[in-house]
Write a protein that binds this ligand. Structure first.
Ligand code: CTP
Length: 259
């Protein structure tokens, strides 16, 4: 029953080498090659070996809940979001979600236009919604310092913005958009600890409290506040569940968050 579930992944495996999985399966069948080594979901044929970026991932997220996706660099966090988006097609398993997605990439891009244009991104201006988003993303003070406020034009590539301003505009854009599922890839990059904490509280926890959220973050405070935690390690699920279960079942988990 998917009525209260916004996102479901069932035993999903995917590789960035597009289509190669199928090709290898075909060659394997034709040549009756040996099966992959025990427990390994990689495709094995003579000396060629394709390693999936995500292996046998399963999760479900109820409407209005927050999932934190954690893990060291290269563990597959961004790939997971790309897969939910449909950019990375799984070779095995199923993905189900019920609708419109708003995605904020790890590096947000800026189009030529004003700050406001870059947040609305083609959507209609709604003063209440816009102001709430600006406040929650801590952009109010930045805008107050600019003579033209949010009408200030930005150059392509956003050269007039700091990394943190750029990140917050990217987040504001994703949050302003109305969607059923929000995928936020490392929204706090370039932000200092205080700003990060404020935005996590005000935007991700309060403003978005009724939204279904998948947030890539490895911060302990964020994992504690999330409804579910998925900890990836080399593309595999090291842990999936609540934070208290994570502490109980994987007491050594923090070693995976440092890299
Ligand atoms: N990868 C790839 N092609 C892509 C994206 C990623 O081959 N278009 C590979 C990367 O080279 C990496 C693996 O997929 O080996 C996982 O990358 P990614 O999902 O980006 O890992 P993250 O956990 O998101 O890493 P980070 O925290 O550094 O962003």
């Amino acid at each position: 029953n998917l009525t209260n579930t916004e996102l479901e992944l069932v035993n999903v495996t995917a590789s960035w080498d597009e289509g190669i999985g199928e090709l290898f399966e075909k060659i394997k069948q034709e040549n009756k090659a040996d099966d992959p080594p025990n427990g390994d979901t990689g495709l094995f044929f003579t000396n060629l070996y394709v390693t999936p970026v995500l292996k046998n991932i399963g999760l479900y997220l109820e409407k209005g809940k927050m999932l934190a996706v954690a893990g060291s660099t290269g563990s597959g966090k961004s790939s997971l979001l790309m897969m939910i988006l449909g950019e990375l097609v799984p070779s095995e398993g199923k993905i189900r979600h019920s609708g419109r997605i708003s995605f904020s990439p790890q590096t947000s891009w800026i189009m030529p236009g004003t700050i406001r244009d870059n947040i609305l991104f083609g959507l209609a201006y709604d003063e209440y919604r816009y102001t709430s988003v600006i406040r929650a993303c801590q952009l109010e003070e930045d805008l107050a310092l600019l003579p033209e406020k949010d009408k200030a034009p930005l150059k392509e590539g956003g050269v007039t913005l700091s990394g943190g301003q750029r990140a917050r505009i990217g987040l504001a854009r994703a949050v302003y958009k109305d969607a059923d599922l929000y995928l936020l890839d490392s929204p706090f990059t370039h932000l200092d600890i205080v700003t990060e904490k404020e935005i996590f509280e005000r935007c991700l926890c309060k403003l978005m409290s009724s939204k279904t959220r998948v947030v890539v973050t490895s911060k302990l405070d964020h994992l504690k506040r999330a409804d579910k935690v998925l900890l990836l390690h080399n593309g595999m699920c090291y842990f999936y569940g609540s934070f208290s279960d994570l502490q109980a079942q994987r007491p050594d988990f923090s070693s995976l968050l440092l890299g």
